[in-house]
Ligand binder design. Structure first.
Ligand code: SAH
Length: 236
């Protein structure tokens, strides 16, 4: 009796586990779809490629387990070490603002969870991302590896210096706020390249600035008010 029942029991347990997580995945897909419709399309993001990617990338897998249920809510979420994953709308808005083309190479400052890097990796050739907190950079790399993103390269370091060995970049996205746009980032941007970056003092509301490099200088426009974590320097 036990000989027959034991394997059957095991199979039932395994089945119940797998259907449970499949159900969970279906729930997250539904939440992600609603997020894209209400938070992203309804607010004016209309680049079809950005919308497609926001529908595809499993944001909940970049969020620590205890906050996973809130992954598709309309706000940033803690990811540990006092840092946050940006609000979905901001990720979509900043990505759209870069006007990316398929073969391009992009530098991100502030890897955090790796979610923004994954969104970029779906749209372009190579993503170079710098994170100053080692534990976060390592965790992001693990998440991206598990999901099969081979075109995201993470470096632990201070993003103020950029990544000169991999420059020049077609576009730069900064997801932490410096007080001014760091000069190395301007230097590492290609002529005609685009940068999107929050600029402002620690604790204050910041301006999200979009700029294009023309004749070696940035032509900037302020696009909205935002609140990002500060861009700390290596000696903070
Ligand atoms: N893009 C991230 C959100 C990042 S939050 C995501 O998709 O999850 C901002 C990140 O910037 C934090 O992880 C913080 O540690 C990092 N950061 C702050 N100052 C930095 C610096 N000087 N260089 C690199 N990363 C920095």
């Amino acid at each position: 009796m036990t000989k027959i029942c034991y394997p059957l029991f095991l199979i039932l347990i395994l089945l119940s586990f797998s259907t449970c997580s499949a159900q969970e995945e279906m729930d997250f897909t539904r939440l992600r779809e609603a997020m894209v419709n209400r938070q992203i399309i309804d607010r004016g993001v209309n680049d079809p490629n950005v919308i497609k990617v926001m529908r595809k990338v499993p944001r909940h897998l970049f969020v620590p387990r205890k906050n996973r249920a809130f992954s598709y809510d309309d706000h940033p979420l803690p990811i540990g070490e006092g840092q946050t994953i940006s609000q979905p709308y901001i990720v979509a808005f900043m990505t759209e603002a870069l006007k990316l083309k398929p073969g391009e190479r992009v530098l991100e400052i502030g890897t955090g969870s790796g979610y923004q890097a994954a969104v970029l990796a779906e749209l372009i050739n190579e993503v170079y991302s710098i994170e100053i907190i080692e534990a976060l950079g390592k965790r992001a790399q693990e998440t991206l590896d598990k999901l099969g993103y081979k075109n995201v390269h993470i470096k632990i370091g201070d993003g103020h210096k950029g990544w000169p060995q991999k420059a020049p970049f077609d576009a730069i996205i900064v997801t932490c706020a410096p007080e001014q746009i760091p000069r190395p980032l301007i230097e590492q941007l290609k002529e005609g390249g685009r940068i999107i970056i929050p600029v402002g003092r620690k604790g204050a509301i910041q301006k999200l600035v979009r700029a294009v490099k023309r004749g070696g200088l940035l032509k900037t426009e302020d696009v909205m008010l935002v609140r990002f974590v500060p861009m700390v320097s290596g000696d903070d």
